[in-house]
Design a protein around this ligand. Structure first.
Ligand code: GTP
Ligand code: MG
Length: 334
């Protein structure tokens, strides 16, 4: 451990230690640059990523400490998700719990605004050893949310964080993807949600374990709460015995945060005591493997790595020389 820490900790602009075993040992002992390096390797999805994943793989169902729940926070752009996560960090830190946050940035690599914004907003915690915040780009390719995320979460669990939070912006696919990794899904809305279309509401009802009406310092919060409670019959969670509660918060004023933390704890207890938690984790794994297989097939087909091949198959379909179904055979081979 000492060696790994020295190797990683002593780097000047270039991390040298790449041995996953050493890096993981260092990360477990609190070395944040080793942890950052691990997550970078995981995100690169190479041989090292597979080695790391092997090291942090544990039985996914059951009460082992490494099976800490993942809290997913989603909602429309600007709903106050980051401010809320910032409040949750403060709340958890006040009772001595360590927190890791993955902020999924759906924006293109060229804008980068959301990442910077989150860094600035959550910046107060950056010198706190019990807090780790990392932005991940969601590549928007196959599988939407990058397939690295489940693996990154396993690394963070192995590193010993008490609470894991994933923030994603609610823009269609990414919003649904948070369901694929989170044990507790928090949907953040604002007063005035009653104006939104019914279909969008029904979709959110399906994924939410908990609703937060943030910016409750603004008019209309009570109406929004009533509206949400009135729609609970649409909740998919109902058959399992859980009805998504509604918490009113003003993240700006740090109000309602203790109640939110308590509601999250209650949901975690529900997951552990009912069969819902185990079922959900099984679905997560099913989804992850499906995405990994799809990504691997695409890679083998050269669909994304071999640009020329991809373009020629595309052109053949455009010209009517090849049917789309034949294109799949062509790309995947016999
Ligand atoms: N009035 C009021 N404003 C808030 C509250 N919470 C957040 N805001 C403000 O809303 C704006 C957006 O907050 P963020 O936390 O960045 O929202 P977000 O959902 O993370 O935004 P994206 O990640 O860009 O989608 C900021 O200007 C916040 O200061 C609140 O409770 N009340
Ligand atoms: Mg944000």
């Amino acid at each position: 451990v000492a060696v790994a820490t020295e190797l990683v900790g002593g780097y000047a602009g270039r991390v040298r230690a790449t041995d996953p075993v050493e890096l993981l040992a260092a990360a477990r002992s609190g070395d944040r640059s080793a942890l950052a390096r691990l997550l970078t390797l995981v995100d690169q999805q190479g041989v090292a990523a597979n080695q790391i994943d092997r090291l942090v793989a544990t039985p996914s169902v059951g009460p082992a400490p490494s099976n800490r729940s993942v809290i997913g926070v989603t909602g429309a752009p600007g709903a106050g998700k980051s401010t809320l996560v910032d409040c949750l960090i403060t709340e958890y830190r006040s009772v001595g719990l360590s927190v890791a946050v993955l902020a999924i940035d759906p924006s293109s690599p060229f804008s980068g605004g959301a990442i910077l914004g989150d860094r600035v907003r959550m910046g107060d915690h950056s010198i706190d050893e019990g807090v780790f915040i990392r932005s991940f780009a969601s590549r928007g390719s196959l599988g939407g949310l990058t397939v690295s995320i489940p693996s990154a979460l396993r690394v963070l669990k192995a590193a010993g964080f008490d609470r894991l939070i994933v923030e994603t912006v609610g823009v269609g696919q990414v919003e649904l993807d948070v369901v694929g990794v989170a044990d507790s899904v928090v949907v953040v809305v604002n007063p005035g949600w009653g104006d939104e279309v019914q279909a969008a509401k029904a979709g959110l009802m399906e994924i939410a374990d908990l609703f937060v009406v943030n910016k409750a310092d603004r008019p209309g919060a009570a109406e929004t709460e009533a509206d949400l409670l009135g729609m609970q019959h649409l909740s998919l969670g109902a058959p399992s015995g859980w009805r998504p509660g509604v918490i009113l918060t003003s993240a700006l004023n740090h109000q309602g945060i203790t109640q939110l933390a308590e509601a999250l704890d209650a949901h975690q207890v529900f997951l552990i005591e009912s069969s819902a938690g185990g079922e959900r984790r099984r679905l997560h794994i099913e989804r992850e493997i499906t995405q990994r297989v799809a990504a691997e097939l695409a890679k083998r087909a050269g669909a994304f790595s071999d640009h020329e091949r991809w373009q020629s198959v595309l052109t053949a379909v455009v010209n009517g020389d090849l049917a789309p179904t034949e294109a799949v055979d062509e790309l995947l081979g016999p």
